[in-house]
Design a protein around this ligand. Structure first.
Ligand SMILES: NC(=O)c1ccc[n+]([C@@H]2O[C@H](COP(=O)([O-])OP(=O)(O)OC[C@H]3O[C@@H](n4cnc5c(N)ncnc54)[C@H](O)[C@@H]3O)[C@@H](O)[C@H]2O)c1
Length: 399
């Protein structure tokens, strides 16, 4: 895909006005880089091959970043298994971070107005790939544009260095770059999944049902559910119930501040677990977040919510099939307020950086969510570890 066609700074400046600063220092293009570098290419289903390409010269509007690492997302695993987005051949990896080694002379600042220079640590958010009426009319909803894209989900092209699963990545004109020098590698690896959950919480807040003393249920304690739980904790929400089928993940949920945990596999019948949840919550929780990606879970979550409560559906970035509900009992009779959540916006990234600092400030061990790190050559195994739900956040780290 061509991502060189629109001035993202113009779009973003509308929503980032309050965060903008005056442009400051200009950096030079003086980084030393090798002629050739490796990327991990998904060349067929379940087959990642490390290939070496010449690093192209960057132009005045591009940035060359030496990759330090990148988390493996469930979406990468779906692509690895089935290529649902029809991207093969593709260099995956969209939860990445690295160090600027070459900076086009027109790139002066990151998206928040902070000056950029060689040596800065950066992450990237969504990119608008093409002039688009929707994103012009709704700059705050860039995540819903037909032309929204992210590095790591771009079919291989002449650049090759299109995803974070490689030694280098080229950030093209109009990329949304964030300077994050003050964060550890693990914190930076978590920014992208954290942004997904910050966005979900922002969507939940629009219902007016997410309050300081709300009883909130998080269904699914993978990286997304656990990060979401952490966001709730940084907001001061303490009455949190976590549901999963894996005790290690539920233990982590407890460490991150879940007051109650339910392993659905411990119950012979769903109704027995439901009775337990209703007992603790006095007839259902005020608000629930669905973070499993499992259709049967997406159906059953309505039963756990009180009359007049709310639900944020986060769990389906890929199409895992239909989920049935009973509109009479599940929606109308209870007047449930339902919101969906889809990736994140540039502004969510700014909030996410604050969330990560605050999580550290209140002692939430979010860095422990990164449980595995694999070399580029071992990404096939990283995918399988992820599929077996071993650990929590599996990452690629350039060693
Ligand atoms: N909305 C978005 O923009 C967005 C972005 C990224 C990811 N996602 C989605 O979020 C979902 C979660 O991502 P993840 O990386 O945490 O995945 P994950 O597979 O690691 O975690 C899912 C968890 O759900 C648990 N689970 C399965 N069935 C359950 C049930 N019936 N009740 C309770 N828990 C159950 C699993 O044990 C697992 O721990 C994925 O399906 C992904 O597509 C959405």
């Amino acid at each position: 895909m061509d991502i060189n066609q629109i001035d993202i700074q113009t779009i973003v400046s509308k929503v980032m006005e309050s965060l903008g600063e005056e442009p400051k220092a200009q950096s030079n293009n003086t980084g030393h880089t090798p002629k050739m570098a490796k990327v991990a290419v998904l060349t067929a289903k379940e087959k990642i091959e490390v290939k070496e390409f010449e690093i192209p010269e960057i132009n005045d509007n591009e940035v060359l970043v030496k990759v330090e690492g990148c988390g493996v997302c469930g979406t990468d695993v779906h692509e690895f298994k089935n290529d649902p987005f029809d991207l093969i051949p593709v260099v995956l990896g969209h939860e990445g971070t690295g160090t600027i080694v070459k900076l086009g002379k027109n790139i002066k600042n990151d998206i928040m107005g902070q000056p950029l220079k060689i040596g800065d640590k950066v992450v990237t958010s969504v990119t608008i790939t093409k002039e688009d009426t929707f994103s012009k009319m709704h700059p705050e909803k860039a995540n819903l544009s037909d032309h929204m894209d992210v590095y790591g989900l771009l079919t291989d092209d002449k650049y090759h260095f299109n995803g974070w699963f490689g030694e280098y990545i080229i950030l093209r004109e109009n990329s949304s770059i964030f300077r994050v020098n003050d964060m550890s590698l693990k914190q930076r690896l978590l920014i992208e999944p954290a942004a997904v959950t910050v966005h979900a919480v922002e969507r939940a807040k629009t219902t007016g049902l997410l309050k300081f003393n709300s009883m909130v249920l998080v269904q699914g304690c993978g990286p997304i559910g656990l990060m979401l739980l952490s966001v709730l904790r940084t907001m001061g929400i303490e009455n949190i119930l976590a549901v999963d089928g894996d005790n290690q993940r539920l233990k982590m949920a407890q460490r991150l501040g879940a007051k109650y945990t339910f392993n659905f596999k411990d119950f012979g019948k769903f109704d027995d677990m439901l009775a337990g949840i209703h007992k603790i919550s006095g007839g259902g929780v005020d608000f629930a977040f669905q973070c499993t990606g499992v259709p049967s879970a997406a159906s059953s979550i309505y039963k756990m919510i009180r009359r007049g409560g709310g639900l944020c559906e986060v769990g389906f970035f890929v199409d895992n099939g239909d989920a049935t509900i009973n509109p009479h009992f599940d929606l109308c009779q209870k007047e449930i307020t339902l919101v969906g959540s889809w990736v994140y916006t540039f502004t969510d990234y700014a909030t996410t950086l604050d969330f990560i600092r605050r999580a550290k400030g209140i002692g939430l061990p979010i860095e422990e969510l990164v449980t595995h790190d694999f070399a580029l050559e071992d990404l096939n195994e990283a995918m399988h570890v992820n599929m077996r739900l071993e650990g929590i956040k599996v990452a690629f780290v350039n060693k």
